[in-house]
Design a protein around this ligand. Structure first.
Ligand SMILES: Nc1nc2c(c(=O)[nH]1)N[C@H]1C(S)=C(S)[C@@H](COP(=O)(O)O)O[C@H]1N2
Ligand SMILES: [Mo]
Length: 548
């Protein structure tokens, strides 16, 4: 940047008549200083390029400081933790399992908008640009250092990113963005602006390209440092107590009916983690502490050496709407939580066992439930494989009968015995119930809503669940007529969902199909529709179809 540029810029600033963009060559000779005037969109582009550099470089630094310290992920994490409940539910409803991608893209778009603004400001007043970048850096630093369990260098990615952004912004607005100083204040040479613009765009292109490369390399390196390889290396021991064989008769013929056992790749995923925690089994420890007589710490090797059991357990999310698909059934391999708890010896009054994930997420399970003999597992295997990383590798909890948010801690690292009076787990202050037994639910998988069917026999089929109580009956009705009993497929235990089938002699016209289930105690699920918050939706699932 030359002295001349500064003078010109100052001149432009103090002359209110020159605030609008001036077309090249359209000015009289004595206003040549405005040759330094920069079109708004170029200035905005400079801001966006600076932001891209910040994020890309930060991503690279975060390879060493942890993926959750990268500014985009850290700020996104704060948003996830603080976003009001209705908005979170809206995101799940609209984006489903892609809610996190939507959040990251949304955050990036918002950031690009602000960065563009900073670019525009910076052109008029470079100091404003630097201050703007500093503000963003501070937000990134604040978000990163306040994330749970991030380590001492959490501030580094945002700091390095902000510094680089300031340098880039400064060079862009003072360098290629300003036309070269002209020896004499002659009329703007037509075409010179275009050449400057080309030079500028090339610089921006190269800068953004380099930023993208840095970001991509960061992600790639983080992936390589991830635990996929460690996971592949795990050999699961055989259980001493195997799961009962799946009875023949599950998966009755009905196109579109959920399989009795959900494949790992089809299993729903819900968690607050914007980047999947990478926990090396070699470093993994579970500490059982708090109100216990005997603090216990175990390693992954210890777990593998213990008596493992294998059980089918259906896992379901409290955010599952009536008819929703945030539910799955898998064969889990693990150590009964009860065995470990008894070793630790919960003290009287310790009515809550709080599981804590490596990323700070917590859930609270009634101690009593973990001790009452049901197959609550500290699981290491899912359908014959080590837990998939996004399902909690290396170790998670699975408790039959309780929604995931109060029991199914993934990437678990601590089990703290306390009381419900003394501690609120993650979702409780956010408006969800501290207690989360799974409500009896049923779902029509086929036919689908709006399905076009032909008159005659139509197979109506779906699933019903009331984990740990079991399902005693499923009934279907058409157009609010009499309830008809559906046929239940066999199940392994009361801890899984059940598939049901009903043959419908369908007649032409519009029809409403409805389903309701009764649990093992004979209690029928209520018709009344209630929202998912605070403790799970109720209501009958219904499907409108047309028969030709
Ligand atoms: N660490 C961690 N564990 C977690 C969660 C989370 O946000 N973080 N979400 C819970 C919720 S709400 C559910 S429904 C289940 C979902 O488990 P899945 O993703 O393996 O299906 O995980 C539970 N365990
Ligand atoms: Mo959940």
């Amino acid at each position: 940047m030359t002295r001349d540029d500064v003078t010109r810029d100052d001149a432009a600033q103090t002359n209110p008549a020159q605030t609008g963009p001036a077309p090249d060559g359209a000015l009289p000779a004595d206003t040549a200083p405005t040759a330094g005037r920069v079109p708004v969109w170029l200035a905005a582009l400079a801001g966006v390029a600076a932001a891209a550099v910040a994020l890309g470089l930060a991503e690279l630094v975060a390879v060493f400081t942890g993926a959750r310290t990268a500014p985009l992920v850290a700020v996104g994490g704060v948003v996830v933790d603080t976003v009001p409940e209705p908005l979170k539910q809206f995101a799940i409803d609209v984006f489903g399992v892609h809610d996190k991608t939507a959040l990251l893209i949304g955050t990036a778009v918002l950031l690009a908008g602000f960065a563009a603004g900073i670019g525009v400001l910076a052109v008029r007043w470079p100091a404003a640009g630097v201050i703007g970048v500093a503000c963003f850096g501070l937000i990134g630093v604040a978000a990163a250092v306040t994330r749970p369990d991030v380590g001492p260098f959490a501030a580094l990615p945002a700091l390095v990113g902000a510094l680089a952004a300031a340098v880039v912004l400064w060079s862009l607005i003072t360098g290629p963005l300003r036309p070269a100083a002209r020896p004499t204040p002659s009329p703007v040479v037509p075409g010179a602006g275009a050449a400057d613009r080309r030079r500028f765009l090339t610089t921006v292109g190269v800068t953004v390209g380099a930023a993208a490369l840095a970001g991509a390399s960061g992600r790639w390196l983080a992936q390589r440092r991830g635990v996929a390889t460690a996971r592949t290396a795990v050999t699961l021991p055989a259980p001493v107590d195997a799961a009962p064989p799946v009875p023949s008769g599950v998966d009755p013929p009905a196109t579109g009916l959920s399989r009795y056992v959900t494949a790992n790749r089809d299993f729903y995923r819900i968690d607050t983690a914007l980047v999947v925690p990478q926990v090396d089994p070699v470093d993994w420890r579970l500490r059982i502490h708090g109100r216990v007589t005997n603090e216990v710490t175990i390693s992954y090797g210890d777990l593998l050496g213990m008596d493992l059991v294998e059980r089918y357990v259906t896992l379901s999310c409290v955010s599952n709407e009536v008819g929703g698909d945030l539910i799955g059934n898998a064969r889990w391999l693990g150590v009964p939580v009860r065995d470990l708890l008894l070793e630790a010896g919960p003290l009287p009054g310790a009515d809550q066992a709080v599981s804590r994930s490596v990323d700070g997420w917590t859930c609270g399970t009634p101690t009593e439930v973990l001790l009452d003999g049901r197959d609550a597992l500290l699981a290491i295997g899912m359908n014959g494989e080590p837990l998939p990383v996004e399902h909690g590798f290396p170790v998670r909890m699975v408790v039959p009968g309780l929604y995931g948010y109060v029991s199914a801690c993934k990437w678990i690292t601590e089990l703290e015995l306390t009381s419900f009076a003394d501690f609120d787990a993650y979702w409780v202050p956010r408006g969800w119930s501290a207690q989360g037994p799974i409500k009896t639910q049923s779902r029509i998988d086929t036919p689908r809503r709006g399905g076009e069917l032909t008159a005659g026999q139509v197979t109506v089929a779906g699933v019903a669940w009331a984990p740990h109580r079991g399902i005693s009956a499923v009934e279907v009705r058409v157009d609010e007529g009499p309830w008809q009993p559906a046929t239940l497929a066999p199940v392994v235990s009361v801890d899984t969902w059940v598939q049901w089938v009903w043959q419908w002699p369908a007649t032409a016209g519009e029809h409403l199909l409805q389903v309701r289930a009764s649990d093992g105690d004979g209690v029928t699920q209520p018709q009344e529709r209630t929202p998912v918050a605070p403790d799970g939706a109720t209501g009958w699932h219904s499907v409108q179809v047309t028969v030709a």
